[in-house]
Design a binder for this molecule. Sequence first.
Ligand SMILES: [Ca+2]
Length: 978
Amino acid sequence: MFFIKFLFSFVFICSLCSANRWYRMFNSNYDDPCIDRHKRFQRCIPDFINAAYQKPIYVSSTCGNSPKEFCNLSQLNQNHPNDYLTDINNPNNLTCWQSDLIKQGENVSLILSLKKKFELTYISLQFCSQSKPDSMGIYKSMDMGLTWIPLQYYSNNCEDIFNKSSQGIITRSNEQEALCIDTKSQLSSMSESRIAFSTLEGRPSAYEFDSSPVLQDWVTATDIKIVLLSPHIDMNSYSVADFAVGGRCKCNGHASKCIPNSDGRSVCDCKHNTAGDECERCKDFHYDRPWARATQRDANECVVCNCNKHSTKCRFNLELYKISGHKSGGVCLDCQHNTAGRSCHYCREGFTRDLTQSMTSINACRACNCNNHSRQCRFNKELYLLSGRKSGGICIQCKHNTVGRYCSYCKETFYRDPNLPITHPEICKACNCHPVGSRGKVCNQTSGQCPCKDGVSGLRCDRCLKGYQQTKSPIAPCIKKLKLQSYNIYNENDNTNSYHEQDDEDVYTSTMTTTTTTTTALITTTTNQPGITEYNPSIDMGQYCGACRYYSRRLHVKKYCKRDYTIHARVTNRHDAGQWVSYLLTIVRVYKDRLNRIQESEQWVWVSRKDVQCSCPRLKLDKQYLLMGFYDQMQTSLSLDRTSVVIEWRPRMEQLVVLSFVVVYGTEWPVPYERVTSRPTNNPYCQAGLISFCPNGKGEDAMIYAQDETDTIEIFALKKPVWSFKFGDLMAKFKVMHDGLGFRSQKTGRNWTMEWYELDQLFNCTFPHVLKNDTFIWCDQGALCVYEGIVDSMWNGSSDLSMLKKVAQMNGKDYNTWATWAVSDNNTGIYYETWTVYSDPGPNATMYFDSYDCASFVIRGLNELYHYGAQILPNVHLNYTRLNIYSYEPVLLGTYDQIVHNQTLHNDFIDFYREFDSKKPNTEEWFKAFVEIYETFYLSKRFYFYYNNVYWYLKLKDTTPLKISFDEVPISSILKLN
Ligand SMILES: [Ca+2]
């Protein structure tokens, strides 16, 4: 019985190795079994051997070293050393090891140390004479003998000796379990005295060994231990003629032999770019994909990192590997020769690509010569050739107010300080030409002299010439002195020959802003004491009104913070009372009311008569205004004066106010998507040369309506992978989907499609274009495309994820009402927004910004269909893709015009967007660009986010800055029940 099992294992072993052997026979001139005839890697394995042969065995008891009476067996009246366990086994002349005398209950152990991992096929023991044990256990170790795992038990009493049933069965759920074989009738009575255990026999996954890590683990061992027990029968001793272990040196399919290493220990001779005693890892610099065991179909060789010859170190990144479609995950480290990037494939800051050299050349990147004013330059081949192959760099983004190819000139409105070296960060000084006293902003590049108006002097034109005096006229700020007495209520303590700054630049305060102007200080000193200047009829009114310069039609956060109230109100009445005029306001909305003084919907506001006479502020009956001012001196009612903000109300103002002020204080997340009153013309720059994605953009107003109000309109949810016609497989893998709605008339069979699309081209909506003068163009309009037919092949068939699913139906009349909504929705919601911004990926995350894309339209549209009376089919489930960014709380930066004043911020802005702009692909490289953008997210951890025409700063979360989610949404959950 055991012998039969033993034979079986040999057949099994040979079936594993036969392919190799055949190969060697017919390819004698090609002797590396790890490479096939076509010089491709293939699986290779070391020869099958008896791993115990002539190896020393540790035994706990040996008879014969000091001969005793009981060791004198009749046949072999000699020594019985443990070497006899693993010597040549000649059946005609057995050599037997023999144990010392064993008392009842005593055990004897035999231990074989293989010194490295092997994959075992069988373990066998051949006993001498009748000296067999009652019970026996076979154990293995995978850690050089530290811990032991049972492989098999034999006993005539499994339950008592090993606490195991003798009826055990191996299934796929317990393939690493040891069985106990009942030997009541077998072990002691068998004429054949060999016991053989086959490691894989009876284990269901044996024939799928390649794909069974459980069994690969089960057959792996560094040491084998046999324990012989005779708990009940008091016998003389045990005697074993042969201990054999059949198996292969374990090399995971990556070596055909094991050889001694420098310590003399046997290790795998690893091929396929692997390393380690068992070829269990990739060798250095071969981390472009993860290590795997070789199989019959695939050698799974390790792949060298592509670092363009600029690095010899790399690491593996699982995220990048996944998004590459399991192609490449290597990230180069320590890029040399002034290169940078995942594959050392671009030049690091301060260097530019020399296009006359290949990327792998050590001269691929050349230093920028920008006089310390820029760290970036680009290479121009013509200039390089013209310079006699000396210099081809052109500096970009010169800082410190410099310009020019080498940042060696001062830009307009700056002049060069002759006392400083060209590399000094303060080499360029601002002209600071006085806005009133100068004829222009540009001063002399070397002297710094501004061009002064008549009668004006000084380097900055900020003084009147001797014999001239200051006027309030911007045309003639200094005139010849007159001898008339005049008052100047603002400049009494000042030098009358100098100006106050009069520019009233609006400045957003934010954590990023460093620029300030003197405006803030002026407002502070004058606004804390409203109305303090007494009316004095002797003051010339024209001069008084001329000083009404703090009156502003502009908003900024500082004003909002300083003033007591901000309201939207209509002026409904006016009442004159001596030196005061009061206006009756009907309050529309209160944004701020510091002391809660606005209790009624009608409220009086007080203005001094002299301010009214100056039209400062100017209030008209029946007009609506945004009013921002202080309480009166008693702090009980509202007042207005020349420091107040009074702006005639415009329809978009509400969102502007909410956005600019309320959101700054964290009261409203997500930021509401801003709607417009009508769709503006798309920027022609955005449309130039791009593919039209809106197949029939014209005439949708007619097409969108049903022709018969008694008709029944069926509604379909449509879905396909983005750009399925080019990148279907890859984009489907990431489940980046495009969504739309389809419609069908039951009466006529006519059908049509509505999709919300980027108006221009993918990526235009995601990032701006950076123009040469460092300004941006956003092509972020989306639009509803309506066209005849539902193109089945587009929505249904190109991929498993495509979908054309009926979700609802409604009558023609209700449908037409809905269609009117759809037209209006399209005309007022024009900004396409790709990203959704959350605080984290968890279920309780705060949403800072919602996306506004094709899926948003479908969800919004279905919701409205439901409200206009559509019968929604229950149990429909839909899936929607979201491109999620995870960020700390966003910081409002303001509009581009506001950011441009802050040079540090603005430069960073340009750097950030240019990085993405450089990755904006032609169509063939779309996917590659997608991967690179993903990488940039991971590396930069920051994002400038554009929403509703203003910019926000997002500090991205470290662990998960970006994620694509594909959420299942039951249709019932997207219908908001009012
Ligand atoms: Ca022997």
